[in-house]
Design a protein around this ligand. Sequence first.
Ligand code: B12
Ligand code: SF4
Length: 599
Amino acid sequence: MTPASGGKLVVLTAPLSEAVDAPNFVLQMSMASMPKWMEFVLHLKYPNWQQVDRRADGSAACMPAGLRVVERALIREFGADEVVACHAEDLDRFIGSRTRVVGVSTHNPLGVTFAAGIFASVFGSSRDPITSFYTKQLFATLRANPLRAGFKVIVGGTGGWQIVQTGTAEELGVDCVVEGRGETPEAAALFRRAIAGEVLPTTVSLPHPTSREEILLPDSRTTFGAIEMTTGCGRRCSFCAPDLNPQIDLPKEQIMEAVRAHVRDGGTRVSLATEDTFIWGQVGTGTPFFFPHRERLLDLCTEVAATPGVETVVLTHCTLAPFVVDPRLIADLSAVLLPKSPYHLPRSRHPQKKVVIPLIGLETGSVRTAAKIMAGKALPFAIEDWPSVVLEALRIANANHWYPMLTLMVGSPDETDEDVRATLDLVYEMERRGLFGFLIPSIFTPLPETRMEHRKGVTESRQLTPLQWQLILKCWKFNLQPGQYISWVPGAWRLGALVLWATRLRRLNGPNSTWPLMMFSGLFPERLLARYGKIYVGKLGATKSRRELIEGVRSHFRRFFPPDDDGPGGPEAGAADPSKVAGLGTRMPPVDAAIRSTA
Ligand code: B12
Ligand code: SF4
């Protein structure tokens, strides 16, 4: 049914699987990873997940942050009466004879991104994770709209590239895929062209703002309360897309305004969206960004957490090295964030079992690979010390009730068995030391415009070697350690894995997965499997303590270490007295040079 009023000139929407403001991140992340046939599991766990909130006029009460920013920018351009953001199932209420553009925001439309394809492919299909089903459903609705000839479909968001790369724009009925920021004058110009009925280019690249002033933050409620605190990163990993954006931290007042607007519209949760929480407050200050600005960051988090109406606060992404740089910061942040954390873990020693769970890229335990593709990841420490940085960071994190999700990249170009063994060494060492983070293996995905855009790694699960399979399944076994969940869950998973292997996976993934799956199921002890050469039980050589790591830091960086580093996890270490270890006034080398010099 089309609206009698003629509808809105510009209609904005997002797939249900990305708009849904579920109890926590897990639902959306699962939809990115699980094939459609496993959706029943989500219905069991979250029976009401498809219910979405609406405002009195039927528009969406809550939408992904990116779409909210585009909405704000277009309202600035065309007026509030001409623009609406609505849920996919309400499109018919807003698309009318006056509608000239439908803008769709996508984060992960086809589920072909990293950390997503792997599970869908392991469980049966890499092409149809749940999220891609809902995205396709949305595009089918648009195609079937009787007024389709009257409007253009523009797709934007971080996942638009998936449509371009899979060549599915025509099939989905997309006129133009936009890569880049929606609050730019160039984006407004594109919408004006669409409104004028011009033929649009099939792909458009929009620039990224280069200053804080040009970036808009949402002024209404967003999914998960996502509010950007930084753009870009600066560590220059060659596979990373967000790092291509300028490194900018948004002013505190702008962030606070967005938090207040979110709460005013009924939001209770805030997720500070960033590539690395720890760079906020330290961009362009003269101190290298990989030495966090403790006071500023604490002040921001404290104020966000104390905002009336904010019930939970989570951090999205961060990096490991800052844990080793400033354990006191981690302890102080924990005091602010733990009471507002929505996450609990039975193994946590926090009185209410609360934990902080940021997403962090561990990627590899192989120094050879790390030096090649992520030489800046360990800064200010040398990338040669990456395994020690990981272990020390986790020690400090766990001591403060932080149990991060750690992504690992499997099947990157040129990955050798030796590299995979090095990663297994690290994972087994974590286990030996009783350290914990959720290990999330993902198959290498070359992202457009990154330096690895044209590099080819493993592309499907059948190509995985036995060691790569072992790494993937060891990670999942590690995640299911007893004490993490209710007691029957790990057993059920493992039994399920055996049944799946017997009925489906054996044929689907080939023989390389067999013994790793036996290991995962716990049917045979790992030591026995190792003795018969079926799996590799990793063993890491000597590693460095925090003190040794700091002593190994290049002299021009040492003066930036905070002097009072005696937070939990820190006391045995202690940074050397900065005045003794570095000539004050040493010029800071540019980051790229620092990365090269550690590589
Ligand atoms: C918050 C977040 C989440 C949250 C919430 C997502 C949501 N639905 O709101 C959760 C945790 C659920 C999540 C899940 C996933 N995420 Co996520 N997520 C982020 C994060 C941290 C912030 C996103 C954000 O809100 N940014 C702020 C807004 C303002 O920016 P934006 O979305 O880019 O929007 C701008 C432009 O893209 C554009 N735009 C957006 N929409 C539109 C529409 C139109 C028409 C136009 C013209 C322009 C336009 O204009 C906006 C304003 O400038 C980013 C990292 C980052 N810093 O961006 C990762 C990120 C987007 N996620 C990523 C990934 C991989 C995933 C998962 C696949 C992970 C997984 N394996 O589970 C899943 C997918 C979920 C799904 N449903 O399929 C990757 C995407 C990589 C890629 N390029 O493909 C990123 C970049 C993280 C990273 N470092 O790799 N994510
Ligand atoms: S540390 Fe993370 S966000 Fe930064 S460049 Fe590397 S992969 Fe990208």
